[in-house]
Design a protein around this ligand. Structure first.
Ligand code: AHR
Length: 670
């Protein structure tokens, strides 16, 4: 059998099945095979228990039309000051009505505009009303309860009833409906449950609110929720949460990213506007990523998300710099923002006897959240004014004075204070990632610990392909090997809505549309790494690593930088990457092997320092036929890891790594 010829033709799942039937462990020794030597009795460092986490912000419709389960788009009519995007007037033949935005007598200051529906002509059979088309449709599933709510007041003789219905836009059939019998002429909240029957899942639906009598109705904050993860009110989409739960992430870095900063100070993530009942949240233009944010995913929702997935929060506080170059001068001008940051920390971690801890309790969560890490700003190297050094010091001093145990993260190098951690970001091609896996090997250990707070191999859109996953895996071997220094890392961006217009940033870990979601090969690479590592890094070395020649791109320059060379020297870059960790409890060794080449790679593994190695172990393998191969909304599981039992493990064995593959071998020894 010629497995490499077969490999070119067979889907990856089948290849793994074949390799199981015909174990790839072999004693075949090609001339100068790659050799990896593991010194199982030599520990070079500890693997940080927080090495793998998540980073999130409102980008690519991450929450609006994404994780946040709200189904009504433009629910507060604030997306546009003069138009009503995503709202349509609906009227049966013979009925007549109109709708408009109305700023007189709104529900409250946060909801400063309502939708006024004037029904001139209608009967119970010929109805008039408004419809919302959701985020690329409203998803419907069979035998499901949807919670609809809105605030309303009535006038011009109208006192009800109103019909609330989910209607299929293709067939015009009513999928679920309920009635609000009487309406008051004062603002009141109305809630109904819409229950679907035995209907096929579909996304081609709208929510309709209609009247069967003439009169006027004002609507505010119209909301529709499907069942949510852990049934949290104002909660999250269950399928996406499950994908995240499966990764077992250690932490969540939020709320950004550029979303934290906003284009201007006025459009930053102003956390105080994101707490309390959703009717009291004004929302804000997410101008960093060009769409409206309802702030339904507010500070407490981020924390609830952490709680649901047993992650610790890594809270990024606004530090006085916004993307279009506005910055707050350190000193008295910055003090209100320092206070905001302290209040925010108190809201998260203060007990209920504190002002903001009491506010959190009032908002429904009496217990403080565990908080260890606070990041001061985001990517402040963009601040060409040089103010970060002093802004950092001012915020650092204020936080440390009140919360000395908190670990504070700087977003770029500072000399005013010694940060506990430094946040490094890497967005690169697969070859760049592969060429730089030794980035931290020789790094200075006397400075701050490293938080790789955003990183990704950017190949493939909307989600990364296998080549990106290989770059990621190569890079992760480097982070894991240096995890005494790199104590936390998180890929970014996390999410993308793959519907047309949903993506602002190419190459995102998890994709979804209105009804379903999927993990990219890079998602599975992350999951493989996080679910399979020990707590100690083992000394490991290599011989005869295969390489390929690579021409790196010229260094990137920013305006004002001095001229530099147009090209950079060619490099020989390995096509085989590895690291080894050991679980000090079970004794299991996790050997990670990445073959980025398009051919099968035999690798000889020598394990020293163990008296006894069990012949039987486990392998988790993910491979592809081509580097461009990927998963998608229509082919969500084309490339996934497969676990198998392996035999023949010993102190010196050879294994054939499939082309374009990531392999983790679990080896038990004493
Ligand atoms: O992850 C996308 C963006 O990249 C983040 O918002 C920003 O921090 C970085 O520049």
């Amino acid at each position: 059998m010629k497995p490499n010829r077969l490999a070119a033709k067979l889907p990856s799942l089948l290849i793994v099945a074949l390799t199981t039937a015909f174990p790839v462990l072999s004693q075949a020794q090609p001339a100068n095979p790659a050799v990896i030597q593991i010194k199982a009795d030599q520990v070079t460092g500890s693997v940080s228990p927080t090495l793998y986490g998540l980073m999130t912000e409102e980008i690519n419709y991450s929450y609006e039309g994404g994780l946040y389960a709200e189904l009504i788009r433009n629910r507060s009519f604030k997306e546009n000051a003069t138009n009503t995007p995503h709202w349509q007037l609906v009227q049966d033949d013979g009925a007549a009505g109109s709708m408009s935005l109305d700023t007189t007598d709104p529900l409250n200051d946060a909801q400063g505009v309502s939708l006024k529906l004037d029904v001139a002509k209608a009967t119970s059979k010929t109805r008039a009303g408004v419809a919302n088309d959701g985020f690329w449709g409203i998803p419907v599933r069979p035998r499901t309860h949807y919670h609809a709510s809105f605030y309303a007041r009535s006038g011009n003789g109208f006192s009800g009833p109103l019909t609330v219905a989910i209607v299929n836009t293709r067939s015009a059939s009513v999928v679920a409906s309920a009635q609000v019998r009487r309406l008051s002429d004062k603002w009141q909240k109305y809630e109904v449950t819409l229950t679907t029957g035995k209907v096929p899942p579909s996304r081609d639906n709208r929510l309709l609110i209609t009247a069967g009598h003439p009169g006027t109705v004002w609507l505010s904050l119209v909301s529709l929720f499907p069942p949510t993860y852990h049934d949290r009110p104002n909660g999250n989409r269950a399928d996406i949460m499950q994908l995240l739960a499966d990764m077992k992430p250690a932490f969540l870095r939020f709320p950004g990213g550029n979303y934290l900063e906003g284009n201007t100070i006025a459009t930053r993530f102003n956390w105080k506007n994101t707490i309390g009942p959703i009717s009291e949240r004004p929302g804000h233009p997410n101008d960093a990523w060009h769409y409206w944010s309802s702030d339904g995913m507010g500070l407490l929702e981020f924390l609830g998300w952490c709680e649901d997935l047993h992650m610790q929060p890594v809270l990024a506080v606004y530090a006085g710099y916004s993307l279009k170059g506005e910055h707050v001068t350190p000193g008295p001008d910055l003090e209100p923002y320092v206070k905001d940051a302290l209040d925010e920390i108190e809201y998260v971690a203060g007990d209920a006897s504190t002002v903001w801890g009491a506010r959190r309790a009032k908002d429904g969560h009496p217990a403080p959240f565990p908080l260890q890490y606070v990041e001061i700003g985001n990517e402040d190297w963009f601040d060409r004014s040089g103010s970060y050094n002093d802004r950092f010091a001012q915020i650092y001093d204020a936080i440390k004075a009140r919360y000395p145990a908190l670990q504070l993260i700087a977003t770029t190098k500072v000399n005013s204070r010694k940060p506990d951690l430094l946040d490094d970001h890497f967005y690169r091609s697969s070859m760049q990632m592969q060429s730089d896996t030794h980035h931290y090997d020789q790094a200075d250990r006397s400075g701050p610990k490293i938080f790789v707070g955003e990183w990704a191999t950017r190949e493939g859109a909307p989600t990364p392909n296998m080549n990106a996953a290989l770059g990621d895996a190569a890079w992760m071997t480097g982070m894991e090997r240096n995890s005494d220094l790199v104590v936390m890392s998180c890929y970014a961006p996390l999410f993308v809505n793959v519907n047309p217009g949903g993506m602002q940033w190419r190459t995102d870990l998890i994709g979804y549309d209105t009804l379903s979601s999927y993990g990219s090969p890079a998602y599975y690479a992350q999951k493989m790494f996080n679910l399979n590592h020990g707590d100690k890094v083992l000394a490991a070395s290599s011989e005869n690593l295969p390489t390929r020649e690579w021409q790196p791109p010229p260094p990137r320059r920013r305006t004002g930088d001095p001229p530099g060379p147009a090209t950079t020297p060619k490099q020989q870059v390995p096509t085989l990457f590895f690291d080894a960790t050991r679980d000090s409890g079970t004794g299991a060794i996790y050997l990670k092997l990445v073959n980025s080449a398009g051919t099968i790679q035999p690798v000889r593994v020598e394990i020293n320092g163990l008296k006894n190695i069990e012949a039987k172990g486990e392998a988790v393998v993910m491979s592809a036929n081509a580097p461009e191969d990927t998963n998608s909304i229509t082919e969500p599981a084309k490339i996934v890891p497969v676990s198998t039992k392996v035999d023949g493990l010993c102190a010196d064995f050879t294994r054939d790594l499939p082309a374009y593959s990531i392999t983790i071998l679990k080896i038990i020894g004493k």
